[in-house]
Design a protein around this ligand. Structure first.
Ligand code: G6P
Length: 619
């Protein structure tokens, strides 16, 4: 998703902007650009593709100046090309970087064209540039010009604008898309998030929706949505870990897969009472949730999320209903808020989101808040919009996740969802002290079991060349392994571009079985649960119709399947035996390896798959 960076007063603006863009790379992008004010006006450099391409352009034609803006673009309106890469100009008077969608851009484009403005790109952003040029003529201050522009645009936006007539200022605004201001002794910055400015400052002012204003080295003037002057607190954000590196792994995703034992350990630690967490849990369990998370009298819970986080929420639903007898709806946030859902029975709406910025999830939470429902967020970034806006939040400790396809933050989400269901079960009198202690024991064993499950990569590697030839494939699972199958199919699709669908094993006979023909890969997930014999029967049915069955299973479940089905040698990847409750966590490893290694085999862009963005801040 597009990323914004800007600075006023930094000695080498272009360098600071490029570093900021590198920090925003995790959001996903397909072109990038920088504009710097120099003695003769605005100088712009753009490049399609990765930031190294922009760095090369800057090497050949350096920019000199202390004020500038930069952008990584994830195409929404208009193709991926130089003309559509930001900064977008209005002549030599205005330069704009923008994240979001100006929804009424067509009508504005017509009006501006009629006034004589010429459009050079297909972007919705270009109307912003020309609107600024137009507004500057009708007003006497940059603030007034900004107000004139904002009054005309509809949609989601965060922007930073340089106007030639106001050389010492940037105009900024945010509506739904994130934007923050960073303050250092030497300069002022603006960025899509605190991470973007992490190299240069920890002092960050997070803007609220509807905020706009002007910034210069001397003063920061912010107004709120009702045009009143607003004071926004300066937050000291955690020291930045610096640019995240691959540490010798081929891809960030590979590194992040291997970090998962540590991720789970850190997440368990953060909720462990001995490590300092103290709050709501009712009695002497090993884990606690922050104060305010009391499930005792709740009538229903909604998990709202997108993508991989949605798949985590589906597994969380099985756990919460099973362990705490608390009804849960898990729903795609993008659907939920528009279908006029009945919210009467829902006591708490929890957004699940790695970034804490996905617009669909944020909007669904706001919808619930408007309905008077308590909200909470399960996020990986504590300075994120969802964390700040929700009634309370739970933090996963995955650290920065760079691979667009989520692995370790998904694992951390599952860990928190299981801790939460266990505590809720105990609070609600469904789980005895002894059962809770048993589950806590299992949770503590997860990092070790995940570590051991890494060994499945070797078997998966041998399976991958066959899977990589496929055009399409099915994933099957029952119980919590059904949403895990959904996650497996999503991962394979997004990384290796092979069409993959997940079905509840029991549903196969109701339709998808018609697809099975010689050689169709069918990935079946098996664990030592009450569904095992039924799930094996479903595998038999697929195999009888010629499917190329790939079994991903706990050791003893795999053994049972191999006893019952002939010809599975070389088609089975196993993980250590474990209780069915934690099986989705442990079986996630071979699922991730299957997608990762298939993508590596096919040579796709593993860390930044085509068309995908890490954090999607448009609808
Ligand atoms: C995008 C990413 C997915 C991610 C989803 C939700 O679509 O490509 O990998 O799962 O957003 O992101 P979130 O930050 O809300 O978990």
């Amino acid at each position: 998703m597009c990323g914004i960076i800007g600075t006023i007063g930094f000695p080498d603006a272009a360098d600071a902007l490029l570093q900021g863009l590198r920090r925003l790379e995790y959001r996903g992008y397909d072109s990038a650009g920088i504009a710097v004010r120099d003695d003769s006006g605005f100088a712009v450099r753009r490049a399609v593709g990765k930031l190294n391409a922009l760095a090369n352009v800057l090497n050949d034609a350096p920019l000199h100046g202390t004020t500038g803006i930069g952008h990584t673009r994830w195409a929404t309106h208009g193709g991926v090309n130089m003309a559509n890469a930001h900064p977008i100009m209005s002549g030599d008077r205005v330069a704009v970087v923008h994240n979001g969608i100006i929804e009424n851009h067509r009508i504005l484009r017509q009006a501006l064209s009629a006034k004589g403005y010429t459009f050079h790109s297909q972007t919705d952003t270009e109307v912003l540039a020309h609107l600024f040029a137009d507004a500057v003529d009708q007003t006497t201050t940059l603030m007034e010009a900004t107000e004139t522009v904002i009054a005309q645009i509809e949609g989601a936006y965060a922007f930073a604008v340089m106007v030639a007539d106001y050389p010492d200022h940037l105009a900024i605004a945010r509506q739904a898309s994130p934007l923050a201001i960073g303050i250092s002794d030497a300069a002022v910055f603006v960025g899509s998030d605190a991470i973007a400015m992490g190299d240069v400052t920890q002092r960050v002012m997070f803007l609220k929706d509807g905020d706009y204003g002007t910034i210069s080295k001397q003063d920061i003037v912010i107004k709120d949505a009702s045009a009143q002057l607003a004071n926004r607190d300066i937050t000291i954000v955690a020291a930045s870990p610096g640019l995240v590196t691959k540490e010798g792994y081929q891809h960030f995703m590979e590194k992040e897969i291997h970090e998962q034992p540590d991720t789970v350990m850190r997440t368990l630690g953060a909720f462990s009472k001995t490590d300092g967490a103290d709050g709501t849990d009712g009695a002497d369990g090993a884990f606690a949730l922050p104060d305010g998370f009391d499930f005792s009298n709740m009538t229903g819970l909604a998990y709202l999320a997108a993508g991989t986080s949605y798949n985590a929420g589906l597994i969380g639903r099985y756990w919460m209903e099973q362990l705490a007898d608390l009804p849960v709806v898990t729903e795609s946030a993008s659907e939920f808020r528009y279908r006029q859902p009945s919210t009467r029975h829902i006591s708490l709406a929890m957004g699940i989101s790695q970034s804490g910025e996905s617009l669909d999830t944020l909007m669904a939470l706001r919808y619930m808040a408007d309905k008077g429902v308590d909200t909470a967020a399960l996020v990986n970034v504590d300075s994120s919009t969802m964390a700040r806006e929700s009634g309370g939040y739970l933090l996963t400790r995955a650290g920065p996740e760079i691979g667009v396809a989520s692995t370790k933050s998904y694992m951390a989400q599952l860990t928190v969802l299981l801790i939460m269901a266990t505590i809720a079960g105990h609070q609600r009198g469904v789980l005895s002290d002894a059962r809770r202690a048993e589950i806590e024991q299992m949770l503590a064993s997860v990092p070790r079991l995940i570590g051991a499950a890494m060994a499945s990569a070797a078997t998966i590697k041998a399976i991958v060349p066959r899977l990589a030839q496929a055009k399409s494939c099915l994933y099957l699972g029952r119980g919590t392994l059904y949403p895990l199958a959904m996650e497996g199919a999503l991962k394979l699709k997004e990384l290796s571009y092979i069409h993959a669908e997940a079905y509840a094993s029991g549903e196969m006979k109701h339709g998808p079985i018609a697809l099975i023909e010689d050689g169709l890969p069918v990935v079946a997930l098996l664990a030592n649960d009450e569904h095992l014999s039924k799930s094996i029967s479903n595998v038999v049915e697929a195999k009888a119709r010629g499917a190329d069955v790939i079994i991903i299973a706990t050791e003893s479940a795999a053994k049972l399947a191999m006893d019952e089905i002939e010809g599975l040698d070389g088609h089975v990847a196993t993980v250590p035996d474990c209780d069915a409750l934690i099986a989705p966590l442990i079986l996630s490893l071979p699922i991730q390896f299957l997608a990762y290694l298939t993508a590596v085999h096919k040579g796709t862009d593993v860390d930044q798959p085509r068309n995908l963005a890490k954090s999607v801040t448009v609808e």
